[in-house]
Design a protein around this ligand. Structure first.
Ligand code: 5GP
Ligand code: ZN
Length: 109
């Protein structure tokens, strides 16, 4: 989608600190980290929110890549948190589906 910030990051039109990519997802450091490690994992296809996605295969791939990135790329063996904010009421600011991976310290809940 031409006016989507995260589509522009995938396309390389806006720079980002990439941590992982494959045919299905792209992952990069959050520009305003809320934890020592804060990575965003996004599907390459533009989907506005989790509430707009009924593609169970894609959602499975997204969670699978979250696990692989946390384990193999970010070395978060001690543990981590996965957050998906949904629509304005859920705190979503960028309307391209994304999972936050937060870690690197003990996270209070
Ligand atoms: P949301 O609130 O939509 O779940 O999360 C959006 C996230 O995108 C926020 O944590 C915010 O810091 C991050 N973000 C916003 N603009 C940019 C940007 O231009 N580059 C990067 N790397 N992250 C961004
Ligand atoms: Zn997009």
């Amino acid at each position: 989608m031409s006016d989507c910030l995260f589509c522009k990051i995938i396309a390389g039109e806006i720079p980002s600190a990439k941590v992982f990519e494959d045919d299905d997802v792209f992952a990069f450091n959050d520009i305003h980290p809320k934890a020592p490690t804060h990575v965003l994992v996004i599907p390459r296809n533009h989907i506005a929110t989790l509430a707009d996605c009924d593609d169970s295969a894609l959602l499975g791939i997204l969670m699978d890549r979250v696990r692989i990135i946390a384990d193999d790329v970010l070395n978060l063996a001690a543990g981590y948190r996965v957050v998906i904010n949904v629509r304005e009421g859920g705190g979503q600011e960028v309307f391209h589906l994304h999972a936050h991976i937060l870690g690197g310290k003990k996270l209070p809940f």
